[in-house]
Design a protein around this ligand. Structure first.
Ligand SMILES: *Cc1c(COP(=O)(O)O)cnc(C)c1O
Length: 348
């Protein structure tokens, strides 16, 4: 077998930035332990590598959404704790009972299912106002919890990224519920929740976005480092004559002669069409504006300012998460989790 050709697009991933973001969040979590949400393939960066680097930084409490995600991480778990946020469906039970990963039980039905299989170690989610996952506080009784060994009682904040009255209300309700639930640890805060202050920290925090360099609240600006830098190779350089159109829909017409580069990346890689005519690539600090629409596998940028760039050269996409979110209309979460499978993920 001959070797596979290299990928023409790559994510450069900065493990030191990931670790320093976790360390900052751990300090901001005060006396609480700081965990990590690594669902959705570690927010697009690669869950196995993310877990490996965060474990090296000292993180021991990890969260994924599904059992498939947990299964991929199990060989790398070591002494760390892993919880599955979506709990257990009937079809998860055989797998879930046979492994050291805990379900986060979310409903009366899931609690019954876990108890019927013998109960034991689990986490429990209570809904304090988001109306998403979790038990209704009214449904929690000593009877219901009998036979469970609740490691962590969780709830999730709906508006932690804003100064919203629901934050304090959810926090107060979480205190009420916690008084009635025999859990070893309490956990409420996501990334933004950590920055709401010590009242929100309890025993364990669960940041996701901020680990990966996303800015969950203005207080974090300047403290978090960019972890992911998407890069793409130039497939072709060409001259576009004055008056010619560029890309699908002819949304850009060159007002004068331009030099363009066609890059090996597109919306199928998560660089969505919201970046059309607003995004940019970077070459040695020079901004290369996106011209016209993003294609599925291709992107056209203006390289008139950089005569030296040609076929085979690599450029970086400008992926500063807050700026890219403003340019594209995507959330920082979408910018991360949309990063596709065609990128080679290169950690350093
Ligand atoms: C995704 C998730 C988190 C992490 O949220 P961020 O906003 O990314 O910090 C924490 N807790 C739960 C229950 C989640 O689903």
């Amino acid at each position: 077998m001959t070797e596979l050709p290299s990928a023409p697009l790559a994510l450069h991933l900065d493990s030191a930035a990931l670790k320093s973001n976790w360390q900052w969040l751990a300090r901001r979590s005060g006396d609480a332990r700081c965990g990590a949400a690594i669902k959705a393939n570690g927010y697009g960066l690669g869950a196995i590598e993310v877990m490996r680097h965060l474990k090296a930084a000292g993180c021991r409490d990890f969260f994924v959404a599904t059992w498939r995600e947990a299964a991929a991480l199990m060989p790398h778990l070591g002494d760390a704790s892993l919880s599955v946020l979506h709990g257990v469906r009937a079809e998860d039970m055989a797998f879930a009972r046979g492994c050291p990963v805990r379900p986060v039980l979310n409903s009366v039905g899931q609690v019954a299912r876990w108890k019927a299989a013998g109960g034991g170690p689990c986490d429990l989610m209570v809904d304090t106002g988001m109306s998403r996952l979790g038990l209704d506080p009214q449904d929690i009784s000593a009877d219901l919890l009998e036979g469970l060994e609740i490691e962590t009682l969780l709830s999730h904040l709906a508006c932690a990224d804003e100064d919203h009255p629901l934050n304090a209300a959810q926090c107060a309700l979480f205190h009420d519920v916690a008084a009635r639930v025999p859990a070893k640890r309490l956990s409420l805060a996501n990334s933004a929740g950590i920055l709401l202050g010590p009242d929100y920290h309890f025993d364990l925090t669960r940041p996701g976005l901020a680990l990966y360099g996303g800015v969950p609240r203005p207080e974090a600006a300047g403290h978090l480092a960019q972890v992911v830098r998407p890069r793409a190779q130039i497939l072709q350089r060409r001259t576009v004559k004055s008056g010619a159109i560029v890309g699908y829909g002819a949304t850009f017409r060159a007002p004068d002669q331009r030099e363009v580069a066609v890059l090996n990346v597109g919306y199928a890689d998560g660089y969505l069409r919201g970046f059309s005519s607003t995004g940019a690539a970077l070459a040695d600090g020079v901004r290369l504006p996106v011209l016209g629409r993003v294609s599925m596998d291709l992107l056209i940028v203006d390289v008139s300012q950089v005569p030296s760039l040609g076929e085979g050269d690599w450029v970086e996409l400008d992926y500063d998460l807050t700026l890219a979110a403003a340019q594209s209309g995507l959330s920082q979460y979408e910018l991360l989790t949309g990063l596709g499978a065609r990128y080679e993920r290169v950690w350093r």
